[in-house]
Design a protein around this ligand. Structure first.
Ligand SMILES: C[S@@+](CC[C@H](N)C(=O)[O-])C[C@H]1O[C@@H](n2cnc3c(N)ncnc32)[C@H](O)[C@@H]1O
Length: 230
């Protein structure tokens, strides 16, 4: 298991929404706040962003702040919700899962299996999201037990219970499988339950990134304080 705050070579370079083409974000502080002194003495602020403007894909409350200051603020708002996704075959959906986890202020996204994953779908949100790698499903399950988290597997396998009808644990690790094999037998064995998302069409399953978004939002509906949402 290893910690990763998105400082890999892949995410160290500006991404597609980190530095845009000037279509969104704010200009230099002196342009946006004429006559108001720039907070150059506040260490949370980035002098370069204050001088040049901030075009990153961050909410307005975080404009001009250094990445570390943004992470520190999200840390005060994170939920008791963890996400794990099995990555034994290099699942292309992990970026989407990370981006959605960031949006819901998930505590940590756990990548299980292969260390490498396609960051494109994360749209640079991995810079602000705690990520942990585990070699095996047993390892993430043990980590969850050590941290008082109840594991809930998400898949539409036999024996699963409808996500739409269950009460999810507050301190929870939602564990997702990957395209093809789905969630492993080891994950289901360790989980207090496996939850399925109701489907009504012809496909056997939905995209893992979409399933993760639906399940995270189910937790949010049950446990989040909506008065704290942006
Ligand atoms: C594309 S599915 C994989 C396999 C699926 N079990 C099958 O038989 O085709 C990838 C992952 O997305 C999630 N998933 C997809 N559809 C789901 C559903 N209807 N209910 C719960 N999870 C689902 C699960 O975590 C699953 O492991």
């Amino acid at each position: 298991m290893s910690a990763n705050m998105g400082e890999s070579e892949a995410s160290a370079t500006p991404g597609p929404t980190e530095w845009g083409q000037g279509q969104h974000g704010v200009g230099p502080w002196e342009v946006e706040h004429p006559g108001e002194p720039a907070p150059v003495d506040d260490p949370r602020y980035d002098p370069e962003l204050l001088a040049m403007g901030d075009r990153r894909n961050v909410v307005d409350a975080y404009r001009y702040l250094r990445r570390e200051a943004i992470v520190a603020d999200i840390d005060t708002r994170r939920h008791a919700l963890h996400i794990a996704i099995e990555n034994f075959e290099n699942d292309a959906n992990i970026g989407t899962v990370v981006r959605t986890a960031n949006a819901f202020a998930v505590d940590t996204v756990h990548i299980v299996g292969r260390r490498r994953w396609n960051r494109r779908g994360a749209m640079v949100t991995d810079r602000y999201q705690h990520l942990l790698h585990h070699d095996t499903t047993d390892s993430v399950v043990a980590w969850a037990a050590e941290h008082g988290l109840t594991v809930v597997a998400i898949d539409n396998t036999p024996g699963s219970v409808p996500l739409e009808t269950v009460e999810l644990p507050k301190r929870c690790l939602l564990l997702f499988g990957q395209e093809g094999p789905g969630v492993t037998a080891a994950a289901q064995a360790a989980a207090v339950m496996t939850c399925s998302i109701a489907q009504f069409g012809s496909t056997r399953s939905i995209n893992a990134g979409v399933a993760a978004g639906i399940a995270m939002h189910a937790w949010i509906r049950q446990h989040a304080d909506l008065s704290l949402a942006w």
